[in-house]
Design a protein around this ligand. Structure first.
Ligand SMILES: Nc1ncnc2c1ncn2[C@@H]1O[C@H](COP(=O)(O)OP(=O)(O)OP(=O)(O)O)[C@@H](O)[C@H]1O
Length: 290
C-alpha cells in the first residue's frame, strides 16, 4: 500500500498570492479526486504534493519519505498525464514510447520492449502501435497518455482533467482504464467534472480558494444531503426574492426553465424534494462561506 501524508501545507507564491492554506490530507492506493473550480488551487496542490514546488510551510511524506527534503525520491516514482499533450513528433506510438522510456531510465532493451508492449496492450493500442500518434483520435491520444504515464511502473500518477474533449464512449473507456490501474497505485485526479469523481473515486476532497472545504467518500457527501434538498422552477423576478430568503445551492436550466435547488431542513412552500447527487454536495460546499 502506498501512502501520501500531507500535514498543514501552505503555499505562498513569490508575488505574495497564497494559493494553499494549511492543507491536511491522507491518501492511499486508489483514485483520489480533487474537485474545485478554476483557480481554486488544484494544480498548485498537485505540483506541491509531488515535490515539483516547495510549500512555504508544512510536511509531505510519500511512503514515509520526506517529499520537501527529498523531492527526487517521489519524482522517480511519478507518472504524469496532462490534460493535453503538446505537439507530437511524427513518430509511431511504439517509437515514441521507446524514446520516453529511455528518458525515464529504462535502459535494458528487452525489458523496455516488454514493458511497452504490455502497456500498449493494457491501453488497447496494440493494433495502432505503428501509427503516428498525431493521427490518433482524442480518446486514443488520452490512452496513449496513460501508457506513457505508466512507463517505469510509477507508484503515484497525477492526472489533470483527463476526459475534457472526449466523447461519452471514449470517456467511459478511459475511466474504466483509470479505474483498473488505480487499484495498485495512487492516482491523483484533478478535475471540475463531478461525474468523473462520482464514478471513479472512493475518496475525494473539495478545494475552494486554496482551502480544503470537505473531504471523504462521495457516497457520504450525498447521504448527508438526504431529505434536505428542494427544487422549484422559477422566473427571473422570483429568483431575486428566493435568493434573499433561501439557501440556494444551485441554479440550473432544465428543459428551458430555470430551476433552483435549496438546502433546508423543511420543504419550503411550492418546492418539491430532489434526490441528492454529488453535484449538489459540491455546490453546497462551494456556495457556503468558508
Ligand atoms: N506561479 C504563480 N505565481 C503566482 N500565482 C500563481 C502561480 N500559479 C498559480 N497562481 C495563482 O494561484 C491560484 C491557484 O492556481 P492553480 O493553477 O493552482 O488553480 P487550479 O485550481 O489548478 O485552476 P485551473 O483549473 O484553472 O487550472 C490562482 O489564483 C492562480 O492565479
Amino acid at each position: 500500500m502506498n501512502t501520501l501524508n500531507i500535514n498543514n501545507v501552505s503555499l505562498v507564491y513569490n508575488n505574495g498570492h497564497q494559493a494553499l492554506h494549511a492543507i491536511n490530507l491522507d491518501i492511499n492506493n486508489g483514485i483520489f479526486g480533487l474537485l474545485g473550480p478554476n483557480g481554486a488551487g488544484k494544480s498548485s496542490l498537485m505540483k506541491t504534493l509531488v515535490g515539483l514546488q516547495k510549500p512555504t510551510q508544512g510536511q509531505i511524506f510519500f511512503n514515509g519519505t520526506d517529499v520537501v527534503k527529498n523531492p527526487l525520491e517521489i519524482q522517480k516514482q511519478l507518472g504524469f498525464l496532462p490534460q493535453y499533450f503538446g505537439v507530437y513528433p511524427k513518430v509511431s506510438a511504439y517509437n515514441l514510447l521507446q524514446h520516453l522510456a529511455k528518458l525515464k531510465g529504462i535502459h535494458d532493451k528487452k525489458k523496455r520492449h516488454e514493458q511497452i508492449m504490455n502497456l500498449l496492450d493494457k491501453v488497447n493500442l496494440i493494433d495502432a502501435k505503428n501509427k503516428e500518434v498525431h493521427t490518433f483520435s482524442g480518446g486514443m491520444k488520452q490512452r496513449f497518455g496513460v501508457a506513457q504515464a505508466l512507463l517505469g511502473d510509477p507508484k503515484i500518477v497525477i492526472v489533470d482533467e483527463p476526459t475534457a474533449g472526449l466523447d461519452p464512449e471514449e470517456r467511459n473507456r478511459f475511466n474504466a482504464l483509470l479505474s483498473e490501474i488505480g487499484e495498485d497505485i495512487i492516482i491523483l485526479l484533478s478535475t471540475h467534472l463531478v461525474e468523473d469523481v462520482r464514478n471513479l473515486c472512493s475518496n475525494m476532497a473539495i478545494i475552494k480558494q486554496g482551502t480544503i472545504v470537505a473531504q471523504g467518500n462521495p457516497t457520504q457527501f450525498i447521504e448527508a444531503l438526504q431529505g434536505k434538498l428542494w427544487q422549484k422552477a422559477t422566473s427571473k423576478n422570483e429568483l431575486l426574492k428566493l435568493d434573499q430568503n433561501h439557501n440556494i445551492i444551485s441554479k440550473q436550466f432544465i428543459e428551458r426553465a430555470m430551476h433552483v435547488t435549496v438546502l433546508s431542513d423543511v420543504c419550503p412552500t411550492e418546492f418539491i424534494p430532489v434526490t441528492p447527487n454529488l453535484e449538489h454536495a459540491y455546490f453546497t460546499y462551494l456556495n457556503s462561506a468558508t
